[in-house]
Write a protein that binds this ligand. Structure first.
Ligand code: 6R9
Length: 640
């Protein structure tokens, strides 16, 4: 990146100290960093003791076959027991595990005792259907409690689940079922989205392959479904089962789940996570980063369960910690744009974890909407999925957090399994837009092309320098690709594929995927920086930037902008604003005003599609978009 652009980003100098009361009561204090640095394996070994082990481990980490790690070697535990039964045994069975809110307004309250009964019944049902330890089960579901029950039932019997986002197409689902050779698919007739039932079962009907023996179907919407011999209703098979089921312990390295990351090109990668190390790090980070107090907090992670955030921070982390969570089925603007804030007011949510894309959308809808609701119960706000630009961070802190409470920007990946770089709410003096420093027990750095750590004040590639408990163990069925993708660029270092910079204090700022860096007239400019500059303009709600091929400059910057507020926007003014913020070199050549942006389920902009538009090509594969209708509205707006 150009030094000029870098120094502009570093001009952000606002600091937010932790609130005194939160700091005084915080689960984690500053001393945790030094304690973990002194003895990293001892630190993780103490964190693993948060869990209930049937057999203790004999070795914390076996790294002899790097990069294929084994954590807590010799240990055995059952994840479902840790997430459910032990809380009931400890006398907390009456505590609410999930306040579930359906999009049409129907609700369910599920206590830990009820969750235990449901998970046991589902585990018995899976066993009756012939699913055994080591089998793979595909889960293609809406956001309903049965989704968590299905995941936990698989974990309980040692079947490896592969959750596929409910918005994915037939081909995306089929390739995932095929790659994992799933024996069972768990789905629903449909779920509610944007005020209407949205079918799931027809997609499964077309996607099943020969390895699939049964399809287990939850009735959610009551819509008509086609039926074949292999289909079974969840209520017919699960409801009649016994609520008694003894959880057998599984090895610490037993495969818990496969989750596919699409990446930008090529076949999706089935990221494999295992049992003991995964649960240890998700439980620790959920407790540390959200300062979770299970007796009093009401925690809400808005992520879809089909994204890794849904796995680690909607299901496994919160349940391992005995937390009370909100789970919401639908979209934030159904039936009105204040739905999320209404849910926070209704359940007195204390911790909210969401994505910058959602925050920017709410900014666009205007400050008046959240202002109508009582959000005073909130005490920690989290962000995940992409870099949070300072503008969105400050809006989140002010308009949602009342200017009182910390924002934690958590950097991690499907491959890391759990949070890696994040502020701690009772310790960190937060900087808007910075993920700050690696969590206790985690080692990361920013390096140049030769793997040399860059000095403070410079940018480079983000790497992880020591193994961590929840790290991916391999790519399912393709260990060579695992080594090649993540471990071959520099020996001994995990290459995350993200750019980052260290500021003068050594704090980390994430810059997005390195593939998204544009070489414009010989200068490296990151898409994130230009987007952040654009969103800094009062009339810009959201921006996506790509480098389009240009015969003169190499890449020419094209910006797609969603406008905030009423009336026409002067495109020249936006170009000039970027020029003033980042320097003339970063001025977009084209600025296109669009109503929406193409995004994945986790809110990541699919730049490849925007690049097709900017370069005037036919638009390529759009199957991983969260909402296929977005492309039509963009084409209409641009008249293409
Ligand atoms: C959890 C998740 C991983 C990629 C990652 C990075 C981006 C996630 C971020 C962030 C900046 C953050 N990313 N969190 N970038 N700041 N706080 O998103 O997993 O879907 O696998 O995506 O997301 O580029 O490499 P996943």
């Amino acid at each position: 990146m150009s030094q000029e652009a870098l120094s502009n980003l570093l001009r952000e100098n606002r600091r937010f100290a932790p609130p005194a009361d939160l700091a005084a009561q915080a689960n984690v204090k500053e001393s945790a960093y030094a304690e973990a640095a002194d003895d990293r394996l001892g630190f993780w070994s103490r964190q693993a003791e948060r869990l209930d082990w049937a057999t203790p481990w004999t070795q914390v980490l076996d790294w002899s076959n790097a990069p294929f790690a084994k954590w807590f070697v010799g240990g055995e535990l059952n994840i479902a027991y840790n997430c459910v039964d032990r809380h009931v045994e400890a006398g907390n069975g009456g505590r609410v595990a999930f306040h579930w809110e359906g999009e049409p307004g129907d609700t369910r309250t599920i206590t830990y005792t009820e969750l235990k009964d449901e998970v046991c019944k589902a585990a018995n049902a899976l066993t009756e259907l012939g699913v055994t330890k080591g089998d793979r089960v595909a889960i293609y579901m809406p956001m309903i409690p049965e989704t968590a029950v299905a995941m936990l039932a698989c974990a309980r019997i040692g079947a490896t689940h592969s959750v596929v986002f409910g918005g994915f197409s037939v081909s995306a689902l089929r390739s995932r079922i095929e790659d994992a050779q799933a024996k069972l698919v768990i789905t629903a007739d449909g779920g509610y989205r944007r005020g209407a039932p949205s079918a799931l079962k027809p997609t499964v009907d077309q996607a099943v392959t020969d390895t699939v023996e049964n399809v287990l179907v939850v009735r959610r919407t009551g819509q008509d479904v086609e039926w074949t011999d292999r289909d079974l209703w969840w209520h017919d098979v699960v409801d009649r089962q016994s609520a008694e089921h003894t959880a057998q312990p599984h090895e610490a390295e037993h495969p818990l789940f496969i989750l596919y990351t699409s990446g930008t090109t090529g076949k999706p990668k089935g990221i494999l996570h295992t049992t003991g190390g995964y649960l240890t790090q998700v439980a620790y980070t959920h407790w540390a980063v959200f300062d979770l107090k299970p007796e009093t907090d009401v925690y809400w992670c808005t992520a879809d369960v089909g994204w890794v955030t849904g796995h680690s921070y909607l299901v496994y982390g919160p349940l391992a910690n005995g937390a009370t969570s909100v789970m919401y089925e639908g979209t934030p603007d159904t039936p009105h744009k204040g739905r999320w804030w209404e849910i926070i007011e209704k359940y007195r949510v204390t911790v909210l974890y969401t994505a910058p894309t959602a925050i920017r959308t709410c900014m666009k809808w205007g400050d008046a909407i959240p202002a109508e609701f009582d959000l005073s119960s909130l005490r920690v706000l989290g962000s995940v999925g992409e870099p949070i630009n300072p503008e969105a961070y400050v809006w989140y802190r002010e308009r949602i957090g009342g200017g009182r409470i910390p924002v934690v920007d958590t950097w991690w990946q499907t491959e890391t399994g759990a949070m890696m770089i994040s502020p701690l709410p009772g310790v960190t003096h937060g900087k808007p837009g910075a993920a700050m420093r690696p969590l206790p027990g985690i080692s990361a750095d920013v390096v140049d092309g030769e793997a040399n750590p860059v000095p403070d004040g410079s940018g480079g590639f983000l790497v992880l320098t020591e193994p961590w408990p929840s790290m991916a163990r391999t790519i399912w069925g393709n260990p060579d690709r695992f080594v090649e993708t993540y471990w071959s660029r520099w020996p001994g270092l995990y290459f995350a594929g993200d750019g980052a910079k260290k500021d003068e204090d050594g704090d980390l700022w994430m810059l997005g995927r390195v593939d998204d860096v544009m070489l414009v007239s010989g200068h490296n400019i990151s898409t994130t920086e230009v987007e952040s500059a654009l969103v800094g303009h009062p009339r810009v709600a959201e921006a996506a930037v790509v480098g389009a091929n240009d015969p003169v400059t190499g890449k020419a910057i094209a910006a797609f902008v969603i406008v905030r507020g009423e009336g026409e926007v002067d495109v020249e003014e936006l170009r000039a604003h970027v020029g003033q913020t980042l320097g003339p070199i970063a001025k977009p050549k084209q600025v296109l005003i669009v109503p929406e942006l193409p995004k994945t389920r986790s809110g990541k902009i699919v730049r490849r599609i925007l690049q097709d538009i900017a370069e005037g090509r036919e638009i390529g594969d759009a199957t991983t978009l969260a909402d296929a209708g977005v492309m039509d509205s963009i084409k209409k707006a641009l008249d293409i």
